[in-house]
Design a binder for this molecule. Structure first.
Ligand code: GLC
Ligand code: CA
Length: 555
């Protein structure tokens, strides 16, 4: 009697296991995740600071754009010396951003539109105003003393090591009350927590459960390389030059001990439904180190951001090909994560623009990321061609409660440009940062009306990514263009349908002869997207316009 259902179940199971390898098995393997800096997205109560209700108000915009998920940078209570990355309470919403009820509402509304939300979890450090640190610093025998990293060194003038912090100065600050030094890889107001302490670990994992229970679909994990330090705290024999890079030293990052922490965190996520994900701020010095971040058994961070790609600042076909090939062939087939812009990176319209062809170049860099296999991150306003505000324009902006500290990254954090009205529609109050002066030209309102706008280009790319099998699920086909200015590659769907992408990173027209396509040249009859427009069919030998983009398929 039981035989039939059993056979049916087995058949179903084997159908799952025999699915073609390139079909994504998780939503995030081909997702587009949109990063929102909540302070700058939409102010709903006219206090000049963006908030959670402002995000909820624009969920239809995000749905129309076609994103799968949003990552919201920290919205927890914070003294805002690092704008939320100095957390003073992990399980609440800062009053300027709203309430927990606003968060619950946002999640519910997002879910209706099939948009997931990732919480930015600052795992390496808290604010010095967090109650845990206040207790820890209160006495040497406080039960939470060991939740942070305290050492005596050689007294008040002689820190335990001479390591340099990422934000400048030593990584140690002397605390007069208990006459010891505490460790911080970032600001002195951001003490590192001690992940080797089991109670701290448990408290942090409770935070993970708290947000998953509140409907988060996972986390963007802040500063993951820096969780645990070399327990010997060796002296730095090769200190960075003043102002030089203090990051990714063998003693301060990428420690083998980090893996166990991330495995335990991942294990918690795996007990929740809906396939929650860890998106890691996992900068590494090499692609081999990046491969390790996924975990030996694919049981750590599913989506480590590829900073080897994301930190590129030169529009150069050969370098792009080198980094994409590396991600494709040296990460063991795991899901790569590509991006250019973020709240820590100047905006790509400004970085890659040559001052004359910035819009066309913005379309090119968008096509470069959004036609790749893997997960792609967009930064709010990238889809409009928002620019980095020049430092000179920010200099006169006063400091105060809304802007406790000037940050050299403020230029990429200016308000979202919704329309041509006052403050670009961001706020009816005084925005905490001014709006970029180009908002009359680059705004949602203006660009939605223009089929040739950067916004229209992005929505078309996102549509292509979702609707076209080669771009949604296809494998990457490395090609040679025979021209150092042109990056060409293919995407191959499980039914062997192939698509072609050709990108000219130079200001001159270029001729290419493409090789490396498996089998005979398929003859690309169907132009899916091009800027500027180009004739079809695309032959193996073709000409491409300055900063041109060609995306074509065989049918
Ligand atoms: C990460 C964040 C950055 C922050 C730093 C310290 O790098 O992306 O904005 O300043 O961590 O928390
Ligand atoms: Ca507000």
């Amino acid at each position: 009697m039981l035989m039939k259902p059993l056979i049916f179940c087995l058949a179903l199971l084997s159908a799952c296991f025999l699915a073609p390898a390139q079909l994504p098995t998780h939503w995030y393997d081909h997702a587009v995740i949109y990063e929102i800096y909540p302070r700058s997205f939409q102010d709903s109560n006219s206090d000049g600071v963006g908030d959670l209700n402002g995000i909820t108000a624009h969920l239809d915009y995000l749905k129309d754009l076609g994103v799968d998920a949003i990552w919201i940078t920290p919205f927890f209570p914070s003294p805002n010396l690092d704008f939320g990355y100095d957390v003073s309470n992990y399980t609440d919403v800062a009053p300027e951003y709203g309430t927990l009820a606003d968060w619950d509402h946002l999640v519910a509304e997002a879910r209706k539109r099939n948009i997931r939300i990732l919480v930015d979890f600052v795992v390496n450090h808290t604010s010095d105003q967090h109650p845990w640190f206040k207790e820890s610093r209160s006495s040497r025998d406080n039960p939470k003393r060991d939740w942070y990293i305290w050492k005596s060194g050689g007294g008040p003038k002689d820190p335990p090591t001479h390591w340099t912090s990422i934000f400048g100065g030593y990584t140690w600050t002397w605390d007069q009350t208990t006459e010891q030094w505490y460790y911080h890889i970032f600001l002195p107001q951001q003490p590192d927590v001690n992940w080797t302490n089991p109670d701290l670990r448990k408290a942090m994992f409770d935070v993970v459960r708290f947000w998953l229970d509140h409907g988060a679909s996972g986390f963007r994990l802040d500063a993951t390389p820096y969780l645990i330090e070399d327990p010997a705290f060796p002296e730095d024999l090769d200190p960075p030059a003043p102002g030089g890079p203090a990051a990714l030293k063998p003693y301060n990052s990428g420690r083998p001990e980090n893996h166990q922490v991330l495995r335990e965190m991942r294990h918690i996520l795996d007990t929740y439904p809906g396939d929650p994900v860890l998106l890691g701020e996992s900068s590494t010095a090499t692609i081999e180190d990046l491969a390790k971040v996924y975990g030996k058994n694919h049981d750590e961070i599913q989506l480590p951001m590829d900073f080897l790609f994301g930190n590129l600042t030169k529009l150069d076909a050969a370098t792009f090909k080198k980094q994409i090939d590396a991600a494709e062939f040296q990460l063991g087939g795991q899901t790569p994560v590509f991006f250019f812009s973020s709240h820590d990176h100047p905006r790509q319209w400004s970085v890659f623009g040559d001052g004359t062809h910035n819009d066309q170049i913005a379309k090119l860099t968008a096509a470069l990321t959004l036609t790749q296999r893997g997960c792609i991150l967009l930064y709010y306003g990238e889809e409009l061609g928002m620019a980095t505000m020049p430092a000179a324009d920010l200099k006169p902006v006063p400091l105060g409660p809304k802007r406790p500290r000037a940050d050299d990254r403020d230029g990429e954090r200016t308000p979202m440009q919704w329309n041509t009205k006052v403050n670009a529609g961001f706020s009816e109050g005084t925005p905490w940062l001014p709006v970029e002066s180009n908002f009359k030209r680059y705004s949602v309102e203006m660009e939605k009306k223009n089929p040739a706008s950067i916004y229209s280009w992005y929505t078309n790319l996102l549509k292509l990514r979702h609707d076209n099998a080669a771009f949604r699920d296809g494998s990457y086909v490395p090609l040679e263009s025979g021209n150092p200015n042109v990056f060409a590659f293919g995407r191959k769907a499980s039914d062997n349908e192939v698509a072609l992408v050709v990108l000219n990173t130079s200001p001159a027209p270029q001729s290419v002869h493409i090789t490396g396509m498996p089998g005979t040249w398929p003859g690309f009859q169907h132009l899916l997207m091009a800027s500027p427009l180009a004739p079809v069919p695309l032959g193996q030998t073709l000409k491409i316009a300055p900063y041109g983009v060609l995306i074509a398929a065989t049918k």
